[in-house]
Design a protein around this ligand. Structure first.
Ligand code: TRP
Length: 334
């Protein structure tokens, strides 16, 4: 990798199966960026401990996620793919950044307030300092581009604040990182009942996972919410119909989608036919990703090699930054 390329970092929590929302909202963007930038992609297992203290499934989740990322097109030779807990330097940087983060601003963070509402029985201080750990993930590689969705922009802004405070107090070490995405808008994937974004916590029947087998994909799509169809030409689509068209836009041929659009506008659409078509096109899309993923996951030797290779490249970068940080603070006594 050339030294002139801009540094990209992003992270993903190993808390469940990868679904289409993750794929089109994040991973596809990561795959595109690895061609152009110096990319670091991190499986953030420490972050997952803030909400998932039970680690019974952690290992399997981490390994599956690594295989799903590669199955989706991340190339461990083109990007640095690694696991957060393999890089102890992140924890040390987190410690320094914690001294520059005010409890008041942490308490005001939207994601913190949401999580307090969701898990009032476990408001641990890791949850409060979650954005500080995220800042450490980003700043440890002095990354400038952070591909994330809208919900993460506040964390990136906080990262800039911590970095600025560090630079002001101890000297310029960190460039300012910004949220970044290709295109104007990330494609939003609706859940199959049209009730919101496809997400990990949703009803599994309304979410399409990269691990779903062909029949399950068909079953989920055939059960997706529709109605008896429009009665006035060119009407506005209800959310759940819009969601199906969006999926079709992504996985089906242009002419196919155009035909159903036309049928909708003429009030002659048959949702059963549309869903059958969408189901087959979705199967064609997901099946190869799933089989690549399974083959990678089964190859324990390759898995181990990928994780070790990623850890060693990520550590080299982390160690270099931490040296600058320690020098800047003045932690050198002998
Ligand atoms: N907080 C992010 C999320 O919930 C995950 C994450 C952790 C991350 N560290 C990061 C994202 C660093 C971008 C950069 O999706």
């Amino acid at each position: 990798m050339s030294a002139k390329k801009e540094i990209v970092l992003s992270g993903i929590r190993p808390t469940g199966f990868v679904h289409l929302g993750n794929y089109f909202g994040a991973i596809r963007n990561w795959v595109n960026m690895q061609e152009e930038f110096d990319c670091y992609y991190c499986v953030v297992d420490w972050h997952s401990l803030t909400t998932h203290p039970n680690t019974k499934e952690l290992k399997e989740n981490v390994l599956r996620l690594v295989s799903e990322l590669i199955g989706s097109g991340l190339d461990p030779e083109k990007c640095v793919l690694y696991i957060q807990s393999d890089i102890p330097e992140i924890a040390e940087l987190y410690l320094y950044l914690n001294m520059l983060a005010y409890t008041g601003e942490l308490e005001k963070t939207t994601t913190f307030k949401d999580k307090v509402r969701m898990q009032p029985e476990n408001v641990n201080s890791g949850l409060l300092t979650y954005p500080v750990l995220q800042a450490a993930d980003i700043l440890i590689h002095r990354a400038v581009k952070v591909p994330v969705g809208k919900d993460q922009e506040q964390h990136i802004e906080m990262t800039r604040n911590f970095a600025q405070r560090f630079n002001y107090r101890y000297g310029e070490v960190f460039p300012m990182p910004y949220a970044f995405n290709y295109g104007d808008d990330l494609i939003k994937i609706m859940s199959l009942d049209g009730s919101g974004k496809m997400s990990k916590s949703e009803n599994q029947m309304n979410t399409l996972y990269l691990a779903d087998d062909d029949d399950l994909i068909r079953k989920k799509i055939m059960k997706a919410k529709t109605d008896s169809g429009p009665t006035t030409p060119n009407s506005v689509k209800p959310d759940y119909i819009e969601g199906l068209f969006n999926l079709m836009n992504i996985v089906s041929e242009k002419e196919v989608t155009a035909k159903f659009e036309d049928d909708f506008n003429k009030c002659s659409i048959r949702y059963g036919d549309m869903k059958k078509q969408l189901a087959e096109d979705m199967v064609k899309f997901i099946a190869p990703v799933r089989s690549r993923t399974q083959a990678i996951r089964r190859d324990e030797k390759y898995m181990k090699q990928v994780m070790e290779h990623g850890a060693s490249k990520a550590r080299a970068s982390a160690i270099a930054t931490l040296q600058l940080v320690r020098d800047a603070i003045g932690l050198k006594y002998h």
